[in-house]
Design a protein around this ligand. Structure first.
Ligand SMILES: NC(=O)c1ccc[n+]([C@@H]2O[C@H](COP(=O)([O-])OP(=O)(O)OC[C@H]3O[C@@H](n4cnc5c(N)ncnc54)[C@H](OP(=O)(O)O)[C@@H]3O)[C@@H](O)[C@H]2O)c1
Length: 224
């Protein structure tokens, strides 16, 4: 039975990943922030774990906390969009800190904390990025701060993949599609169940050649 860690599993895409893997019999460690989410995740057969990714001490402690857990797959899903403003409207310092700390600092700290576990299990690591973070595909200035954060996340994932890939870890950045969640909104193209089912197929068949790749939810390779 594979063991998975899903960071940010309280709702949206993270919850759907957790739900689908648990339904398939995987052992799912699902992180959340609110106490009421713990009961819901437990009722779905998962092991809930409280984690605010903005708490560096809690993130650093995660590696120790999960020592001995054979993590076959880690999904770093937690993210925020931030202000719905366009370039060149500057974000406030508080907006910048929230988005960059959640979308960039936290994944970097999580990867660092979990690296020994990832290497020990030759795990797969998937981070939820966005096509909006692709510098080469940018066609407008909407979501300026979010775009910058996901471009930085992509760079962080790519660098980590070079180091961890030599030790058997498969590191991937995913664009999940435009998905109907609190972040994606009601008009988005894809149902979370569909987007997640397609990403799970890509993750299941991923091999060393997928390490360091930026992938669309359906497995197509995206340019950085
Ligand atoms: N939906 C889309 O169309 C779309 C498109 C491209 C990329 N993405 C990316 O996919 C990921 C999931 O998106 P979504 O649409 O499912 O978003 P969502 O519905 O807004 O859910 C965001 C998730 O992140 C968690 N989170 C946020 N800040 C956190 C923190 N400080 N500590 C721990 N958890 C935190 C939330 O937990 P709480 O419930 O505790 O707030 C929630 O579980 C994000 O990284 C997003 O950028 C989404």
């Amino acid at each position: 039975m594979p063991t998975l860690l899903i960071v940010g599993a309280s709702r949206g895409i993270g919850l759907e990943f957790a739900r689908q893997y648990a339904a398939d019999g995987a052992r799912v460690i699902a992180t959340h922030r609110k106490p009421e989410d713990a009961a819901r995740l437990r009722a779905l057969g998962m092991r809930p774990l409280t984690l605010d990714v903005l708490d560096p001490a809690a993130v650093a402690a995660l590696g120790t906390h999960l020592e001995g857990e054979p993590l076959d797959l880690v999904i770093v899903n937690a993210g925020v969009y931030g202000p719905r403003s366009s370039a060149p409207e500057a974000p406030t310092a508080a907006e910048f800190d929230l988005v960059m700390q959640t979308n960039v600092r936290a994944p970097m700290q999580l990867i660092a904390a979990l690296a020994p576990r990832l290497v020990a299990a030759r795990s797969k690591l998937a981070v939820l990025s966005s096509k909006m973070g692709s510098v080469s595909l940018m066609s407008n200035g909407s979501g300026w701060l979010y775009r910058a954060s996901k471009a930085a996340l992509n760079a962080a994932l790519k660098s980590a993949s070079i180091e961890l890939g030599t030790q058997g870890v498969i590191c991937m950045a995913f664009h999940p599609g435009w998905v109907r969640t609190d972040m994606g909104g009601a008009d988005a193209d894809l149902d979370a169940a569909d987007a997640v089912a397609q990403m799970r197929r890509v993750i299941a068949s991923a091999n060393a050649s997928h390490n360091g790749k930026f992938l669309n939810y359906n497995g197509e390779q995206l340019s950085w």
